[in-house]
Design a protein around this ligand. Structure first.
Ligand SMILES: Nc1ncnc2c1ncn2[C@@H]1O[C@H](COP(=O)(O)OP(=O)(O)OP(=O)(O)O)[C@@H](O)[C@H]1O
Length: 702
């Protein structure tokens, strides 16, 4: 039960004066977390922190303001220039001046009556906004704030600016936040006091008050102690709740998996290569985890082509040695079949029974697999999300390997958990997520890294080429085919217009077929499963030498003797995707190259991305660059601004606090697993404040 102390913060926002259902709905739109049907609570409003501040302490004057700077100006309004009647594309302009210069205030789609009232000719006004220069003349587009000079006394000298949405004014929002602040009760401190002192962190309520009522712009900046304190609170709430869930999940299990090593050794001996040091180490970590009575939750992270699959296979072999079954889930059908075709021959030689299950297995075939899984005669199954279906019942599933690539959500992972006796879980990812993001993306998992590639790999030569030089490129590809090389040619899916969805790959196939004849193949997502298989097999076996493909081959496809990859419209792809695609070559011992074909003109970000691709092949460096270029949201496959799942914390500014919070959470729960001490009880308040009610429910009442 939530302590009644918190009640004032858990009332709906519509309980605040001035917030009716309409305004409330608008506010929900700008709040960082969507509370769904429950609706936003007063506490959510407190955690809506300013995006910037208006600083009215100094007024530099028009002539002294730098372009791009947010400034406050004392102006006298000279003249209104409304757009010609009916012409919506011309803005409404207002000319004004101060002691230093003249300025144009520009408004698009503005109501004349509103502007005449706000900025009457001859009036003295105070406006705040961003300074810009158009054709050498100072201007300001849609000033954020306008006030008559006679009201100056009532204006705060430093005013926080919140993200707004049409129909919601800053004034209404500020009034609501002020009320919310007044409702914050006196609460016991949940952070360690010496830690607070070392960090110079203020108390929770003082931090909120300082950010929402800043005395200087610094007070409301994300890197200031007040914001950092709240970010730390949020991280700690997240880490404590993850740790609680994890402790619970682990408690469920209790089946140490050990074996005599025969199967694992036989498989290792039959590999055509020796494991790399990194593969060996990862495997040792996994086998050690399996042998423990607690459940394994481990992330196997390895750059493209680093050899994750064989590690997964040897982990699964141990599970079978221990008398259980293992499942490997792949994100696409192509990949499931590829894993099956590489793993099956090895596994079968070692006496393992292995099967594949995707949406395509039907009728008798499917029935046989289901029976084999149920009676335990099938040891290892490889499949897609079809494995999550209810009809799939295991005899004794003890290890689930998820080849994740961000395509399976936490829910699906949990669904898989329900299928066995709390099976150990190994998640494979090629996305080189920086360490800080592993915590937010996967929760509190242990991590094994494949930090080296198999021996004998050669660097991939990466070149960029404008689309105009296509015919030159085709000539070179023809030479390469004549030498027996294999080439991927990637085309993005394009939507030329709303009505006609065009498959660029089909077009490219049609235009290149006259050149390459029956040595060219095509694979894309809209083909039937069996057609895709056929196209992949022909390429693998060398019947075709040029494979035109959409990004269906992005993840995991393994044809080690493919040596060239052409990526058309490379400017349309993100860095992570380009890196994944490029990773389809350079998987054998022959030298490989990657041609990034782009269409001019290139934007700044696209230019930078292509440069990064030329400069490095290191997935971690690329991930860091990606983070810089587009923010961590997209890296994780989500597109909201800020850091996914967080209201206050920002990975770019607060990353250093995340690891501390994780260690802190572990320490707290090691000594006080049910949060019963005074600090533990205070922490329960923190968990509620950040919506971790589920985690509190896992605790003994206290
Ligand atoms: N120790 C090794 N020595 C030589 N070759 C290896 C070794 N381990 C794996 N390989 C080979 O390297 C290639 C890539 O391995 P694998 O497909 O497992 O990569 P991956 O980590 O899954 O990469 P991706 O994420 O790109 O799919 C395969 O052809 C595999 O047979």
């Amino acid at each position: 039960m939530r302590p009644s102390l918190l009640d004032p913060l858990f009332t709906p926002i519509t309980s605040l004066a001035g917030v009716g259902p309409k305004v409330g709905a608008l506010m929900e739109r700008i709040l960082p977390l969507d509370r769904g049907a429950h609706g936003a609570r007063t506490a959510d409003l407190l955690f809506l922190l300013p995006s910037s501040v208006i600083d009215r302490r100094s007024r530099p004057g028009i002539a002294n303001a730098a372009p791009g700077e947010i400034v406050t100006l004392d102006l006298i309004i000279d003249h209104h220039q409304p757009p010609p009647r009916g012409n919506r594309s011309v803005p409404y302009r207002i000319l004004a001046h101060d002691d230093t210069d003249e300025i144009t205030l520009t408004f698009f789609h503005a109501h004349a009556s509103y502007l005449e009232k706000q900025l009457p000719e001859g009036a003295q006004v105070i406006v705040s906004g961003k300074m810009e220069w158009f054709n050498g003349c100072p201007s300001m587009v849609h000033p954020d704030h306008i006030a008559l000079a006679q009201d100056a006394a009532s204006l705060p000298l430093v005013e926080p600016v919140y993200p707004l949405t049409a129909g919601l004014s800053g004034k209404v929002l500020r009034r609501a936040i002020t009320q919310a602040l007044a409702r914050v009760p006196k609460m016991p401190e949940w952070q360690d006091t010496p830690f607070l002192r070392r960090q110079s962190f203020p108390s929770f309520d003082a931090a909120l008050a300082r950010i929402h009522n800043p005395e200087t712009p610094i007070d409301a900046a994300p890197d200031n102690v007040a914001w950092r304190r709240l970010a730390y609170d949020e991280f700690l709430a997240g880490q404590v709740s993850l740790a609680l869930v994890r402790a619970r999940v682990r408690r469920l299990s209790g089946q140490p998996l050990t074996g005599d090593g025969q199967l694992v050794d036989a498989l290792r001996a039959s590999l055509p290569y020796a494991l790399t040091g990194a593969q060996d180490r990862a495997l040792a970590e996994i086998h050690a985890d399996l042998a423990r009575p607690e459940r394994m939750l481990r992330l196997l992270q390895g750059d493209v082509g680093s050899g994750k699959t064989v590690v997964a296979l040897l982990a699964m072999a141990r599970a079978v040695e221990a008398g259980g079954q293992a499942a490997l889930m792949a994100p696409t059908e192509i990949l499931a079949r590829q894993h099956f075709s590489t793993i099956a021959p090895l596994a079968e030689r070692a006496g393992l029974k292995i099967a594949v299950l995707t949406g395509r297995e039907k009728g008798r075939e499917r029935k046989q697999v289901l029976e084999g899984l149920d009676d335990g005669s099938i040891h290892i199954v490889i499949g897609t999300h079809a494995l999550f279906q209810e009809s799939v019942v295991f005899h004794r599933l003890v290890l689930a390997v998820v080849d994740e690539q961000h395509r399976f959500g936490v829910h699906q992972r949990l669904a898989m958990t329900a299928k066995g006796d709390a099976p150990d879980m190994l998640v494979m990812t090629a996305t080189p997520i920086p360490r800080t993001l592993v915590l937010t993306a996967f929760g509190d998992m242990d991590v094994s890294r494949l930090t080296e590639k198999p021996a004998g790999r050669q660097p991939i030569r990466t070149v960029t080429l404008p689309l105009e030089r296509l015919s030159e490129l085709v000539g070179r590809i023809r030479d390469a085919v004549a030498q027996g090389q294999k080439i991927y040619w990637i085309c993005p899916l394009v939507e030329e217009s709303e009505e006609v969805k065009l498959m660029a790959a089909e077009d490219r196939f049609a235009s290149l077929q006259p050149v390459f004849g029956d040595q060219i193949g095509l694979v894309h997502g809209r083909m039937k499963g069996s057609e895709k298989d056929e196209a992949m097999r022909a390429f693998k076996e060398g019947k075709t030498r040029v494979l035109i493909a959409t990004t269906v081959i992005e993840v995991g496809v393994d044809v080690p003797d493919a040596t060239i990859i052409v990526i058309e419209h490379a400017e349309r792809f993100g860095l992570a995707q380009l890196h994944q695609l490029r990773g389809r070559v350079g998987r054998g011992s022959k030298p490989s190259s990657c041609v990034l074909l782009y269409k001019e003109p290139l934007g700044e970000t696209a230019k930078r991305r292509l440069a990064v691709m030329r400069e490095t092949e290191d997935g971690f460096v690329i991930a860091e660059e990606d983070l810089k270029l587009r923010g961590e949201g997209e890296l994780l496959g989500t597109r909201q601004s800020g850091t996914p799942g967080f209201q206050i914390a920002r990975i770019d500014t607060h990353a250093d606090l995340l690891e501390t919070a994780r260690d802190d959470a572990r320490l707290i729960l090691a000594t006080d697993p049910d949060l019963q001490t005074p600090r533990g009880k205070a922490l329960r308040l923190l968990l509620y404040l950040f919506g971790k009610d589920d985690a509190v429910r896992l605790l003994r009442a206290g």
